[in-house]
Design a binder for this molecule. Structure first.
Ligand SMILES: [Zn+2]
Length: 309
């Protein structure tokens, strides 16, 4: 794919760009949990977590060419070395928020870039293809306040998900309110925001997990139903190649690099030891898989073949 993107600077700054047509406000609707899952496509990937219905929803792609200095990792030569076996100098990052239905709730974890940062802004179409109207979403769980996660909350100065409570950690909300780049978002979402402390149970099946380092209140979400479990790890790892094979690499996108490295190593260790099913919002679509120990490090084992763009 030869899609051009606004480059690393725009990405690092996480600028929020919203555009498009205004839709009429929707009336509150009872959350629907359809009996049938949507059909899988390149943008929609349904799966289950115990009794819960989950759907990976494609929002867009970010591509950074390490050979052009677009990588956020400080060690450019080191990244080139890791990428060499792939025959590609580019780092491919997908964006796929996660939908969870069950417990009489329709939960969306992160909201994509809203078409900002040079991305495609597919979330609304992916959600519609999954059979869900924006007004049916009851809860939005935010991992952190960067533009590729909160960019889909607002469009044309209005809430995209008018009936949803927007939940994030108290530390992340404090940081987001102080972020000048997201200033336009704040007054619109404030009436809907509810904060929590690390470790809080945010729905009957979902627990907030503090994954420190990327942003001041960066949060993962652990979803449990019956014997099944899935950890949404947010931006604790960005690339299924670089972040997994060299978790020690310093990444300019991380607010606290030392803490971010420690979080990555702990997550990879736990993941491999427990064969924990995990979800990478920026890993190749649909972002589902496990980590496995290999030699003295780790590799990503996707649960299904990534879709071709
Ligand atoms: Zn991100």
């Amino acid at each position: 794919m030869t899609t051009q993107f606004k480059l690393a600077a725009a990405l690092i700054l996480s600028g929020l760009i919203v555009a498009g047509c205004q839709k009429p406000a929707e009336k509150a609707q009872a959350p629907a949990a359809p009996a049938v899952q949507p059909t899988a496509s390149v943008d929609v990937y349904p799966f289950t977590i115990g009794a819960l219905q989950a759907v990976a929803l494609k929002d867009g792609d970010l591509v950074l060419d390490n050979a052009k200095g677009q990588s956020p990792w400080a060690d450019n030569a080191g990244v080139a070395e890791v990428l060499r076996p792939t025959g590609d100098t580019k780092i491919h990052l997908s964006i796929q928020p996660l939908l969870i239905r069950g417990d009489d709730k329709v939960v969306l974890i992160d909201t994509g870039a809203g078409g900002g940062m040079g991305t495609q802004g597919k979330l609304s179409a992916s959600l519609a293809a999954a059979g869900v109207q924006p007004g049916q979403v009851t809860d939005i769980l935010i991992s952190h306040g960067h533009g590729d996660h909160v960019g889909g909350l607002v469009k044309n100065d209005a809430l995209v998900f008018p009936n949803a409570t927007i939940r994030m950690s108290a530390a992340e909300w404090t940081a987001l309110q102080a972020d000048a780049e997201q200033a336009a978002l704040i007054p619109i979402i404030t009436p809907r925001v509810e904060t929590f402390e690390p470790g809080a149970q945010v729905t009957p099946s979902i627990t907030a997990v503090s994954l420190q380092g990327h942003t001041p209140g960066h949060t993962g979400y652990e979803i449990v139903s019956g014997q099944d479990r899935l950890l949404y790890f947010g931006d604790a790892l960005h690339s299924s190649v670089i972040s997994v094979e060299r978790p020690d690499f310093v990444n300019a996108w991380d607010f606290n690099s030392e803490a971010a490295v420690a979080t990555r190593l702990a997550l990879l260790g736990r993941g491999a030891t427990q064969t924990l099913r995990v979800y990478g919002v920026h890993f190749p679509f649909p972002g589902l898989g496990t980590f496995r120990r290999q030699a003295d490090g780790f590799v990503w084992v996707p649960e299904s073949a990534p879709a071709q763009p």
